[in-house]
Design a protein around this ligand. Structure first.
Ligand code: FES
Length: 103
């Protein structure tokens, strides 16, 4: 595992996301309104909706397809929905966002 520099934090819109391609996987990198950053596999655990196009609120994102609410903290769907998408470790250093990615 190593840290990969993604972008300056200010390139991620507040309450928005950007997508980072890693191999075959699209990773949504989300920013909350209190400037926390989270990274999830961009595919909704329901039917693969693009979470990065969803609405961020608190530490959740609402999927744009059928509005499942996915925790940015652990990737889990809010009950009564069931499912989980993968999470990636994030760190902010000197204003830049880094993700921990498998080589
Ligand atoms: S694909 Fe995300 S809620 Fe259905």
């Amino acid at each position: 595992m190593s840290w990969t520099k993604i972008c300056p934090m200010n390139e991620i819109p507040v309450l928005g996301a950007r997508v980072v391609r890693h191999g075959e996987v699209d990773i949504g990198v989300f920013r909350t309104d209190d400037d926390r950053v989270f990274a999830l596999n961009n595919r909704c655990p329901h039917k693969g909706g693009p979470l990065s196009q969803g609405m961020v609120y608190g530490d959740k994102v609402a999927c744009p397809l059928h509005s499942w609410k996915i925790s940015l903290v652990d990737g889990k769907a809010e009950e009564p929905d069931v499912g989980q998408t993968a999470c990636f470790a994030v760190k902010i250093e000197n204003g830049d966002v880094y993700l921990q990615l498998n080589p």
